[in-house]
Structure formats: structure tokens, C-alpha cells
Design a protein around this ligand. Sequence first.
Ligand code: SF4
Length: 240
Amino acid sequence: MNNCRTGVYICSCGTNIAKIVDVDAVVSFAAGLPDVVLARTYKYMCSNPGQEMITQDIRENHLDRVVVAACSPNMHERTFRTALKSACLNQYLLEMANIREQCSWVHTDPIEATEKAKALVHAAICRVRLHESLDSISVRMCPNVLVIGGGIAGMTAALELAEPPPSDHALMAWKKPSLSVRDREHPFHHRRRPTRIDLPPGRRHHGRTGVQSASPEVAAWGPTADSGRKDTWSGLPSVP
Ligand code: SF4
């Protein structure tokens, strides 16, 4: 991808970031990197004025990529994606660099924290260059869960999943003819679940069954049993 027009926004988060990271130095550094049309800092980038700054810059400077260096994407990636959308720029042409949790919150040396922030911002600028416009799609999700293995971990996972909700169906498969005596008599089960080795009605379990293959596709997995007992897998979803 050549000739991107990237806007870079370095957040101070009040003093949360600015007390350790020299945000002005990061702005100057970013402004000199290839593809960067403008670089700015602001006290609270997630505030309405901060978002409006981004949308206005996108429109006035014809930006086609945005980098926000602030907090964790878990916190505000959705906020900034919305800002891009409101400026008619595809929301996925955004990259965030976490210079709060990964720099100012974990470093005490301002020089080291600032150099790390520069490195993270540089990486984000390089990465956003590779982003493409994407469309959101809806995919029918499979609510079934297959637990492979009838040991303590498998039994515990299947029992947890069999509780409604979240899963409509918990399926369990193990290779041995039956659950082992050792596992049935494990003190964990005597202490926590003395009578509940079997899954509740409506939850399937299959002994002497292995998994031959499984589709890696998100939301469309379709495991194949190696036992030849195809009927036992009829509760599994078909690929949409
Ligand atoms: S965007 Fe994140 S780092 Fe910036 S002010 Fe908001 S919460 Fe703080």
C-alpha cells in the first residue's frame, strides 16, 4: 500500500499518560514518519471534542488511515471506530497503540517510557498501512460445544457448559469405553459433584469416540467422529 494519508493522535489522558510519556516528543517523532499527514496531541481523545478533532481532520485533510495512541483498544477502539464512521471513513482503517497500560502505567523512567511509546506508535503507523476497508457481516453462530476428553477437566467443562445458559447443547466425547474409575472417584468430584458424572438430559455424551478432523472456520466448525457412529454426531451443527 503506497501513499496513505495517516492522521496520528497522541492522547495525554489528563496526566495519566503525560506524567511519564513526553507526548510532545512522540507527536514530533510521528510527524516525521512516512505517510503521516498530521500528528496531534489532546488531553482526552475519547471526549466529544477529541472525537470531533479526528472527524474534522479526516474530512479536511482527506485522511484514509488513523492511528490513536491512548489506552487499551478494549476500552475505546469502538469509540474511535465510530468517529471514523461518522466521517465516512471505513471503521477498520484504524489502529490503536496502547501507550497508557503498556507505557505510562508500567514504566517509571520517562525516557524509557517515551521511547517505548514512539516504538508502539511507529508500529501502529506501519500496521495501519496494511489495513483494508472491511464490511461487517452477520454469521449464524453455532451454540453447541464439543468437549473432547473424559478426564477431570473434560467432565468439569462439560458439566459447566451443560448448565443453561450459555450453551444450548454440551457434547462430550472420550475414547475409552467408559469414564475411568479413577476419574469417577476423583476427590474433586466426591467433594463438589458427588452424583453428577452424567450430563443432564438433552446433553449428549459419547464414549469410544475420537475426533478425526475439524473445520477451522470461525462459527462453522464441523468435527468428524472416527468411530463410524455418525448418528451420534447428528446433534452437531451443519455448516451454514
Ligand atoms: S482515550 Fe483512553 S487514554 Fe485517552 S483520555 Fe480516553 S480513556 Fe484516557
